[in-house]
Design a protein around this ligand. Structure first.
Ligand code: CTP
Length: 141
C-alpha cells in the first residue's frame, strides 16, 4: 500500500489571551493535515505591528504547546521569515484567518495558501475591552 505523504501546515499569530477563536482556527487547521506548526509573534515583532500583549511570549508559547492541535511552535520575528520557514520546515499549506485574506498570496509559488473564516464575536481586542470594563468586585464580598 502506498501511504499518503505527510502534509505540514503553518500559521502565524500573536495568540494573546488564548481564546476559543484561536482554538477553532487551530482545530480546523489540524484537520487539514498531519503536522501543524504555529509561529508565535515575539514581543519585539508585536511592537513592530503596533501591538502590545497582556501575556508574555514564553507563556503564549507554552499555551500553544499545550494545545492538542499544535505539533510545533516557532518564533515569529520578522515579516520576511515566512518564505524561509516554509522551505526549511517543508510546509505544504500556509493558512491564516480571513482578516488576512489576500495579504500573503505571494507565497503561492511555494505552497498552498488558505484563509479560513474567523469565528465571530471573539478576539483578543474584544476580551481586553471587556476586562477593562468589568465592574470592580465590592469589598464586602
Ligand atoms: N482568529 C480566528 N478567529 C477569531 C480570532 C482570531 O480565526 N475570532 C485567527 C486570526 O485570524 C489569526 C489567528 O487566529 O489567523 C491569530 O490571531 P490573533 O491576531 O492572535 O488573534 P485576535 O483575536 O484576532 O487578536 P487581535 O484582536 O489582537 O487582532
Amino acid at each position: 500500500m502506498i501511504s499518503k505523504p505527510a502534509r505540514t501546515i503553518i500559521t502565524y499569530g500573536t495568540f494573546d489571551l488564548f481564546h476559543v477563536g484561536h482554538v477553532r482556527l487551530l482545530q480546523r487547521l489540524a484537520d487539514l493535515g498531519d503536522r501543524l506548526i504555529v509561529a508565535c509573534s515575539t514581543v519585539e515583532f508585536n511592537a513592530l505591528k503596533g501591538k502590545t500583549t497582556a501575556v508574555p511570549y514564553a507563556d503564549r508559547v507554552e499555551v500553544l504547546q499545550a494545545c492538542r492541535y499544535v505539533d510545533q511552535v516557532i518564533p515569529e520575528e520578522t515579516w520576511a521569515q515566512k518564505r524561509d520557514d516554509i522551505a526549511r520546515l517543508g510546509a505544504d499549506l500556509f493558512a491564516m484567518g480571513d482578516d488576512w485574506a489576500g495579504k500573503f498570496d505571494d507565497l503561492r509559488d511555494l505552497c498552498d495558501v488558505l484563509y479560513l473564516p474567523r469565528k465571530e464575536n471573539v478576539s483578543t481586542t474584544e476580551l481586553k475591552e471587556l476586562i477593562q470594563h468589568m465592574p470592580e468586585k465590592s469589598s464586602a464580598e
